[in-house]
Design a protein around this ligand. Structure first.
Ligand code: GLU
Length: 552
């Protein structure tokens, strides 16, 4: 057993995993379903279904997650046949979780990008609450359909690249994407036609002008796809079919009941966009044979697409996840399309506030006149904020406050240092996991005799006496392997306890004796004898002085 454990710790990669799998399959180790049962049951014989669902939600997974469909369907069916409609014994629980066991195990082992999702979500709620109190800003009214929204509406939804989800506020309320659709439209164009083709029609530079300015760059091309001129040209490059497919893959419904009215309202108040369209037609900005007026209609339709914070957060998360939708696992956009899109969102996504936003928040984002902000933390999560009151530059007042506070608190800014973060929180790291990793690294360095790695650990104030699951220390390991230099370094430089006992009661000297490493034995014995002598001497002194004191 002991030998096996030693092997397991030091060959923790392939051989260990293979061995574990073999042992699991052979029934020597408990199955993943069993382990999940023990984790959720916390010592009980049965699990009430709601306890399982609450624990599941704490990981960030939703019961409506398409990846958990089989589990949820089986759970529903199984509960119908139980006596109280609530309780699951081990056998029934295993039956429910088995078809989604990999995802569930990942979730409960805290292997998602935000391991402590509950604490992260409560920070998000705090940021939400503090932005809620803001009363500044005006709801856009240049399109009559937008003016009807209350200025109290405020919602934030997020979805991580692992599909962990959290929402707070008015996140089920439908609103129009407006300019928040521009990144998606551009991404679809690049996905379908490639970067070169798309950029033969549209530039990549911030314009430094209002989003709906009737103006082109020196080459008579729109400045970028995030301003109206660029987005109109982009609409001429993509097909309705491609956009529909993308929304379907994203699980976003886009023909809502208000959609037709919104589109009409958009069209009727779209004189500026018609002017831009005709100007660009004259300048030959569109591909040959383009019907400019139907392109404009398509542009208006895309602006009028209705989403909720919840559904749009999946779009943002897909951009964060390199184009793969986290909850369907489908590739919606190519990595090239996503990278381009994020770059342009970063430099041009927030109207005339883009430079300041890139400076203060340092994340790609796109806002729209309906009050939405699509924010992407690349490789981590997508966030959608929505609140109709806008500041002078056209961005949601509460949304901007939320984004700014978010990166004040978490080290999500593109240029935040992830290695030496002192003041900001990194929700990607987990306290417990870090400790386990540091014990493994320490013991592995002792196992391989890597004194310089150990010096580095000691220098970074790592506890050199840390113990693994079996209470074994680096000194045990180095003694067993006969690494005299490591033993010397640990004893002399780090002054570690020379006689720690592991779970079988063995000390490093026992290890050295057992594996026949005489040099190590001598070294350890010297230190132990010295310590022993010192302790005895101190003891004697104390006794003598106590007696002297008492006699006096
Ligand atoms: N419907 C808007 C327009 O083109 C979109 C504007 C926006 O959200 O920036 O005028």
């Amino acid at each position: 057993m002991k030998i096996w454990v030693r092997f397991a710790v030091f060959h923790s990669c392939h051989p260990f995993i293979t061995l574990q799998l073999r042992r699991r399959n052979a029934g020597i180790l408990p199955s993943l379903e069993d382990l999940l049962f023990y984790a959720v049951a916390e010592g009980q014989e049965t699990i009430p279904a709601h306890k399982f669902l609450t624990a599941l939600k704490a990981t960030g997974l939703c019961t409506g997650d398409p990846r958990l469909k089989e589990c949820m369907d089986t759970l529903k069916e199984t509960l119908k046949n139980t006596s109280d409609g609530v309780t699951l014994d081990r056998h029934l629980f295993k039956k429910c979780v088995q078809s989604n066991i990999v995802l569930l195990t990942q979730a409960f082992r805290k292997k998602f990008v935000i391991p402590d999702f509950q604490s992260f979500s409560s920070h998000i709620d705090e940021l939400y609450e503090s932005a809620k109190n803001l009363t500044e800003g005006q709801v856009a009214d240049y399109i009559p359909q937008l003016a009807k929204f209350s200025s109290d509406l405020w919602g934030v939804s997020l979805c991580t690249v692992d599909g962990q989800r959290h929402s707070v506020g008015d996140t089920k309320e439908p609103f129009c994407l407006q300019s928040c659709v521009k990144p998606l439209k551009y991404a679809v164009a690049v996905h379908d036609h490639g970067t070169e083709h798309v950029h033969s029609f549209i530039g990549k530079e911030p314009s430094g002008l209002r989003f709906n300015k009737l103006f082109l760059d020196e080459d008579d091309k729109p400045h970028n796809p995030m301003v109206n001129a660029g987005a109109i040209v982009c609409s001429s490059l993509i097909k309705v079919k491609s956009v529909t497919l993308s929304f379907t893959l994203l699980n976003v419904t886009w023909f809502h009941c208000g959609y037709g009215i919104q589109f009409q309202s958009e069209r009727e108040s779209g004189d500026r966009n018609f002017a831009i369209g005709y100007y660009m037609k004259e300048k030959k900005c569109f591909p040959d044979g383009t019907d400019m007026t139907s392109v404009l209609d398509f542009y208006f339709q895309l602006c009028a697409i209705e989403v909720t914070c919840e559904s749009a957060s999946v779009m943002a998360a897909t951009l964060a996840n390199g184009g793969i939708c986290p909850i369907t696992g489908e590739r919606v956009l190519s990595p090239e399309a996503v990278r381009n899109t994020l770059s342009l969102m970063h430099s041009c996504g927030m109207y005339d506030f883009s430079g300041q936003f890139a400076f203060h928040v340092g994340l790609p984002a796109k806002s729209g006149v309906a009050g939405g902000i699509l924010l992407v933390v690349p490789n981590v999560m997508g966030i959608v904020c929505w609140s109709p009151p806008l500041d002078k530059l056209g961005n949601s007042v509460r949304g901007i406050q939320f984004c700014t506070d978010l990166v004040e608190h978490f080290n999500f800014h593109n240029y935040d240092n992830l290695r030496h973060f002192a003041k900001k929180h990194d929700p990607r790291r987990e306290g417990g996991d870090q400790r386990v990793k540091s014990v493994i690294n320490l013991l592995f360095a002792a196992y391989t005799g890597d004194v310089s790695a150990l010096r580095r650990f000691a220098l970074s104030s790592i506890d050199m006496e840390q113990r693994d699951y079996d209470s074994r220390t680096a000194l045990h390991v180095a003694a067993a392997e006969g690494h005299t230099e490591v033993v010397r370094f640990l004893l002399e430089a780090c002054k570690v306890n020379p006689e720690p006992r592991d779970r079988w009661g063995s000390t490093p000297i026992d290890e050295a004796v057992q594996f026949g490493h005489n040099d190590v034995c001598v070294l350890l014995m010297c230190v132990c004898v010295c310590v022993c002598v010192c302790v005895r001497a101190t003891y004697c002194c104390v006794n003598v002085s106590t007696m002297v004191y008492l006699q006096c």
